[in-house]
Design a protein around this ligand. Sequence first.
Ligand SMILES: Cc1ncc(C[n+]2csc(CCOP(=O)(O)OP(=O)(O)O)c2C)c(N)n1
Ligand SMILES: [Mg+2]
Length: 888
Amino acid sequence: MPDTDPKLEALENGEWLQSLADVHRTGGPERVKSLLEKLLLAANKYGIVIRPPSSTPYLNTISAEDTPPYPGRRELEHRIKSWIRWNAMTMVVRANRELSGIGGHISTYASAATLWEVAFNHFWRAKNDERDGDIIYFQGHAAPGVYARAYLEGRLSPFDLENFRQELHPDGGLPSYPHPRLMPNFWQLPTVSMGLSPIMAIYQARFNRYLENRGLKKPSDRKVWALLGDGEMDEPESLGAISLAGREKLDNLIFVINCNLQRLDGPVRGNAKIIQELETVFTGAGWNVIKVIWGSGWDPLLEKDKDGLLVKRMEEVPDGQFQKYAVAGGAFIRKDFFGKYPQLLELVKNYSDEQLEKLQRGGHDPVKVYAAFKAAVEHKGSPSVVLAQTIKGYGLGEAGEGRNITHQQKKLNEDELLEFRSRFGIPIADGEVQEAPFYRPLAEDNKEIQYLHQQRQKLGGYVPSRTVNVEPLQTPSQDLFEEFYKGSEDRKVATTMVMVRMLSKLLADKQIGKFIVPIVPDEARTFGMESLFRQFGIYSSIGQLYEPVDKESLLFYNEKIDGSILEEGITEAGSMSSFIAAGTAYATHSLNMIPFYLFYSIFGCQRMLDLIWAAGDCMAKGFLIGGISGRTTLAGEGLQHADGQSHHIYMSVPNLKCYDPAYAYELAVIIREGLYRMYEKQEDVFYYVTMMNEFYEMPPMPDGVREGILKGLYRFKASTLNKPAQVNLLGSGTILNQTIAAQQLLESKYQIPADVYSVTSYKELYENCTATERHNMLHPAEEPKLSYLQQTFAESGTVFVAATDYIKTLPLTIAKWLPGKLIALGTDGFGRSDTREALRDYFEVDSRHITLAALNALAAEGKIDSKIPAKAIEDLEIDPDKQNPALI
Ligand SMILES: Cc1ncc(C[n+]2csc(CCOP(=O)(O)OP(=O)(O)O)c2C)c(N)n1
Ligand SMILES: [Mg+2]
């Protein structure tokens, strides 16, 4: 150990610091920075690694002297905000008086009001004829605040507010949360499933850049704002994509995280500091972090805090204790917070307890909030996050301010209403307060309301607002699809290849090619999509700064600024967020973008169902393509990879059209119809289509099957025995081939005539059956209608065997509308790794099991000798004692 002489050390320190001061004087801050960097590098040689501190002091990022003057009329804004607070609160209170248990939230908006009002008055720009406007993700459960503002703006009536959370009221009402589907002219994007807005906002901001870099949109200063909760940041999706935003330098993106230090049950980080933690994480990901912790009242105290003791105290107190200060009053704050150090007590000796209690948090001070938002909007080169400290339930007093129960508070008693009224100066008389009336000044010339409109006019109109003004696209002509209708002749191909070929033709199409957005989470090679790399390019906002290792090859990894492929890396949720951004571009950008998102069907399905639900909510369009699907078709991979459930799970998504095609022409018919319905007819649907990687010959399209393909079923191959069929065999996807083989077995071995039907969509069939049944139930006096399924099988036999590569519930959904018994074969159970042949035997979906099922059903009906099935078990070499795959 080297000797240390304190005197020498002090001398050395002095010399170094003096030198630093000289360098600063002569060379300025940049010179100091470069010198320190050189020193750090030099120290590194001795193995000394010094990491910069991961967070800055627990202070506002923008100092008091750098805070710009507030441009608005504070008093007017304060009154407007107070009225909005009142109406947002009373709409929840009244809804719950009327209907106890109807729910709603008061305390979230109460904490966010200043943040949002500053932005409503000064920052958020609306879409109008001149520009697209900002895209804003509103924190879902603070929706009452947005409704309450729209009421003051005259965009919603008192009646709308009255019916908050009573959408089924005969005269209509307001949905609980932001749902574009339920208020298509109002809410732009769905937000309430927490964690989805942050990731959607990031990919939205990136997609805006993508459109600019591809020349489809002019560069603009349009921003994407995401208003988030601090508790929400614990969702993996919330932070999961922030490094993409940093890497892409998305300075068109602003997160505002309302750090009220609480979530639903209690503190977010009772024992630590959420703002500091988030600062570290966002800084590391390359974001511009702006902390708004303290209101202006703290500035004089900080000014006097020469030895940094106040900052030290601010830093050592955990969030749980700050929450306590929000509740406990000035005397407690003096004793507990300032009382720790005598110097701090001295600092506030001239402050009354009431003054201490009124020392605001930054997120409640419009001046500090304005400064932060201005800095965020003007910042260049990286995304910004504003971390604003607030109090949950601000203004609720005894009714819940800062209390752990505040999130659930929905009812205020008379005293609490009176206190709220007085605290915010709402002009409602004592005698009327108990009624909790909504407040809106009636006079035409009311200066607050005039100001409110004026501010919005400056910003281009009202937000939130969703408008759709896009010209329909013309569907590509049949010529583009002709080769798929023809079949593959004797070439064997898989539907995956067909899909990729179709995609490349669409991308190359003169009319719609530029609108196609292929999206893939690092599976392009799995699907044979690498052929698209060279021709269409992989999108990169900075092009390609390296020489790709495969540059000489035809299919090299080609990154380009105007590339059209979104190669997202291994993130199904991120890719789905890109899908939503592209699929809603018809509303947000007035552009008919057509996403084709190709993913590993099971991973996509199970990881991103919540985002798919959000896509349905915001009426996103496009094609979700489930690749290498089918539990027995995906050979080799096994339990986690083999998808036997996606089609069943997606049955629940109302406007998702689901197809499981077997042949190229089926796929072509489905994709063309999808383009027509979504982009020419502008229907609110989107598509899920599975593709498989088994090679076989694609037959030419038989005549007259188009309608059946789209409705979900058509007869593919009639019996070759020239007799009416005794059995109807229903097959889907690759399993259709097993069904055809079973037909041959039945006919050649057992002389039983069988028809083969290709079922392209059980969901379509099911929806048609249930809609028909419902119609008949509601119109009992009319002649009952027949579903498409009932019409198709009106004259058919009474035995049906359906086989798919998915679980048995899928065909069973239509069983009750068939004119006979349905035996469903499917792939219930966990997948296994093996060959297709072995897997189809194991899951009992091969031609042998289909044949056996048909024979059994016929024997049960007395149509064939009852001994035949037992004989068939021997003939077909089926092991009757094998374990049930559904249970192991
Ligand atoms: C994915 C998901 N899980 C749970 C909920 C239910 N929920 C609504 S608000 C909330 C607490 C939110 O806390 P925070 O994000 O801090 O927002 P705050 O209300 O405090 O502003 C919870 C758990 C939800 N909406 N979404
Ligand atoms: Mg919170």
